[in-house]
Write a protein that binds this ligand. Structure first.
Ligand code: HEM
Length: 334
């Protein structure tokens, strides 16, 4: 099944030959009725009349100095890098409902954003460990823009009616975003560790191994606290020596550290900048959870989730949690 099968091949849609086809179409549009002459570039995919002989190679006359290359020995360099052909053939629909496509693709797009964001937060964690603050803040700031893009991807699913969702819901079986390993990697990096979240992935060795490694590694927040301690701030030993595989529990001493930094921003410019980048991340994660909650409430009311939870009631509890808790509570003491 092809993702973009409804579009003409010359539209520049990924997987259809991309920019070169589009450029060829601009210089000499080939329609079903147009006679094909030697000067008209014809690609493998252009519609062709029976009488017109067509070769796969582009005629030299079209090789204008400012035109993109058309001839490649194998797959295009674009394809070799982007793997658009792979990406646009991963949409295996399970129902005949036309609305299922955007549900599946939105979920896949979100998985890709989770992957990018995990990459940024791992970069930031490593940079903090090495005391390279600017590299860490840059990665965090990139992740803020990516979280914004992630959150905007709710739009196509934000107003589903129960009827629209029901049209393909049965096809999902017991599949649920709850089983997203990359989302768990994000949560683990935020300090929300839970060994039980590995259980659904026992049957997928690579995924399980990656998640298990992430469970035992210090989270982004653990690295932030260790970094603050190296800067001479009184982060308690219990927070520094904690078991990284356990959920981070907020501490009054850490709250006091953040409050002291925010109370004297001129003295601690760099650390307050770090605190604000982390607050942006926390706010946008909270927004993702709430957008998900509202979309779910619209699409299925109080029904049980496909993953077996109580649905909205369960998501409500999850959405109440604050990421990087002391960064929020400290504000009451500044
Ligand atoms: C309108 C469409 C959607 C509905 C109705 C919906 C519904 C639900 C429900 C009821 C749960 C709770 C677990 C369960 O029993 O299944 C859940 C969890 C989850 N969903 Fe969705 N979902 C939707 C779209 C998405 C999309 C597009 C994603 C993107 C990957 C996603 C990611 C998640 C994640 C990560 C969880 C686990 C949350 C947590 O552990 O706190 N959901 N969803």
């Amino acid at each position: 099944m092809s993702t973009f099968s409804e579009f003409p091949e010359t539209s520049g849609a990924p997987g259809s030959g991309g920019r070169a086809d589009a450029a060829a179409a601009e210089t000499a549009p080939v329609t079903e009725t147009a006679p094909v002459t030697e000067t008209a570039p014809v690609t493998e995919t252009a519609p062709v009349t029976e009488t017109a002989p067509v070769t796969e190679t582009a005629p030299a006359a079209d090789a204008a100095a400012d035109a993109p290359n058309l001839d490649f020995a194998g797959t295009t360099p674009y394809e070799d890098y982007v793997q658009a052909d792979v990406l646009t053939h991963l949409q295996h629909l399970r129902s005949d409902d036309p609305g299922e496509m955007v549900f599946l693709v939105t979920t896949q797009v979100m998985e890709l954003w989770f992957t990018v964001i995990v990459h940024e937060w791992e970069t930031a964690s490593r940079a903090l460990r090495e005391d390279r603050t600017q590299v860490a803040v840059d990665a965090l700031k990139r992740s803020v823009r990516e979280l914004e893009a992630l959150n905007h991807s709710w739009r196509p699913l934000a107003q589903l009616t129960p009827g629209q969702f029901n049209a393909y819901r049965g096809a999902l079986g017991e599949g649920s975003g709850f089983q997203s390993a990359m989302y768990r990697r994000m949560e683990f990096l935020l300090g929300e560790k839970s060994a039980s979240m590995l259980v659904p992935h026992r049957g997928a060795p690579r995924v399980h191994a990656e998640l298990e490694k992430a469970l035992h590694e210090p989270s982004l927040y653990d690295e932030v606290l260790a970094f603050l301690a190296r800067r001479g701030l009184p982060v308690p030993a219990a927070a520094l020596g904690r078991d990284h595989a356990l959920r981070y529990e907020p501490s009054p001493e850490v709250e006091a550290v953040w409050a002291s930094l925010y109370a004297a921003p001129a003295e601690h410019e760099e650390l307050v900048r770090l605190g604000e980048a982390l607050s942006d991340v926390a706010e946008l994660v909270w927004r993702w959870r709430n957008d998900h909650l509202v979309a779910t409430r619209r699409a299925m009311g109080a029904k049980t989730g496909t993953g077996g939870s109580a649905g909205v009631a369960w998501l409500e509890k999850r959405a109440q949690k604050n990421v990087f808790p002391e960064l929020w509570t400290a504000r009451s003491h500044v």
